[in-house]
Design a protein around this ligand. Structure first.
Ligand code: NAD
Length: 439
């Protein structure tokens, strides 16, 4: 099947402004890394848009171009960075404090990073309880705050001479909330903004402002934001691409690599206990039970859809899945995630697997931010609107249409992403069918 509806899309020209609510560890590691890559200091490790290849046609055709040579994507040199934070630190100060990168790594980037200063944030301590900062907007109601954000967006675009913008939420995880009446339609949401409805979170005010300005937007945290009826209505009405939620890094990445393997070999699972220690600001925010609840729901959702216990009751019906996050300051951003996995095989015999992943969260998250920036800009230029399910690869809790279940298996997500690119560029989809047997 061929489509090719993006086949005639030109390589973009002009600057692409990247607007990030939350200039903390992930955002500054992403921004520093992009500049370091531009200076030729490191290769873009972990980024599919920069390093990945894609096979086209038959295996005998030997066509394996780089993704970025196959799809008309924005050039790294055209990215201009900006964002909002509740603290006044510029990106050099914020990167130094979050201590993901060493001073030696930051030094050649200090001039560039110091020039990126956060705009005043929209913030409410009811939604993020463990931190507070001075760089915050004041307004007569939430609609007024949204309008101030829209002014920021317009000014940023003009001052930096951008032809396009893209947004990625890298702010703290907000407390657990479910959709309420105010999120049920765009009309109710707009009324709620004017009435200062307490159910409208700061992250939702950013989303509203960005979507109103037709800026494609990805949500890197697990809290309720783009996954409400109101935001999805606005995205469709304004022809804007959205994606989310919660960057897939660390332990969940490992889970979505391992679980499809057990399922493929029809090995049973009786328990999966995951615990983490981390000591960065994200860990501090997640130490609050209400923010942890948001993260927990996101992390727990992964296994059920991969394992399909309703289809494989003998293997997965009694799985006990537990996830803990422990704030432990000495570790900083260098998280340690332990998994104890109880599996069983032939004649029910039990076995155990232990995983001890000494990872660096923001190092795993930064290339995801980059790929989302580049692919969301592509999606918007190609005229895609609403949820970009083909980008599920990057998320712990991938958003999907209400009629569909989300896809969690990393390998299916990868096939889906690449087939979407092939389809968009008018190439045959790759099914891995061994047609040679049938000739
Ligand atoms: N690091 C990872 O691997 C990873 C993975 C998945 C999701 N996430 C999520 O990404 C987000 C960022 O993680 P991080 O490690 O950079 O955390 P961080 O605490 O270092 O950075 C978050 C920043 O957001 C700011 N902030 C909070 N509320 C804000 C608001 N309303 N407006 C503007 N700024 C606001 C904070 O001041 C802070 O500087 C978190 O929600 C985290 O859960 C991170």
């Amino acid at each position: 099947m061929k489509s090719g509806h993006a086949k005639n899309l030109e390589k973009p020209s002009g600057k692409l402004g990247v607007l990030i609510p939350g200039l903390g560890a992930v955002a500054t590691t992403f921004i520093a890394g992009v500049e370091a890559i531009r200076q030729g200091l490191y290769p873009p490790i972990g980024s599919l848009t920069q390093m990945g290849h894609i096979r086209l046609g038959k295996r005998t055709d030997s066509r394996q171009p780089l993704v970025k040579d196959f799809v008309p994507l924005a050039d790294l040199n055209d990215l201009v960075m900006g964002g909002w934070d509740i603290f006044e630190d510029n990106c050099y100060e914020a990167a130094s404090k979050s201590a993901v990168l060493t001073d030696t790594m930051l030094q050649p980037l200090s001039g560039f990073l110091s020039n990126i200063k956060p705009m005043k944030a929209v913030f409410d301590r009811e939604y993020v309880k463990r931190i507070d900062g001075p760089n915050v907007k004041k307004g007569k109601n939430k609609m007024d705050l949204a309008e101030q954000l829209m002014d920021d967006i317009d000014n940023f675009k003009k001052q930096n001479n951008c032809s396009r913008l893209v947004g990625v939420w890298c702010g703290s995880t907000e407390v657990y909330r479910q959709q309420t009446k105010v999120h049920g339609s765009l009309k109710d949401f707009e009324q709620g903004l004017k009435d200062n409805d307490p159910n409208i979170a700061p992250s939702q005010i950013y989303a509203y402002a960005l979507l109103k300005k037709r800026v494609p937007y990805a949500n890197g945290a697990p809290n309720l934001c783009l996954d409400t009826d109101a935001m999805q209505e606005l995205a469709i009405e304004n022809n804007v691409a959205i994606s989310g939620k919660d960057f897939k890094t660390g332990q969940t990445l490992m889970k979505t690599i391992l679980a499809p393997g057990f399922k493929a070999r029809l090995l049973g699972l009786s328990g999966w206990f995951s615990t983490n220690i981390l000591g960065n600001r994200d860990g501090e925010v997640l130490d609050d039970p209400e923010s942890f609840k948001t993260k927990e729901v996101s992390k727990l959702s992964v296994l059920d859809t991969i394992l399909q216990p309703e289809l494989y009751p003998d293997l997965y019906r009694n799985l006990y899945h537990k996830v803990r996050i422990n704030y432990y300051p000495p570790r900083g951003d260098n998280k340690e995630g332990w998994d104890n996995i109880d599996i069983f095989g032939w004649m029910g015999m039990p076995m155990q697997i232990k995983v001890d992943f000494l990872c660096r969260d923001s190092i795993l998250a930064a290339p995801i931010v980059l790929d989302l920036v580049i692919f969301m800009d592509f999606a918007q230029r190609a005229g895609y609107k609403g949820i970009q399910e083909w980008l599920s690869f990057y998320f712990k809790s991938p958003m999907a249409d209400k009629k569909l279940y989300p896809e969690h298996d990393l390998f299916i997500q990868m096939i889906k992403l690449k087939n979407n690119l092939r389809y968009a560029m008018g190439e045959d989809l790759i099914t891995h069918l061994g047609v040679e047997y049938y000739d």
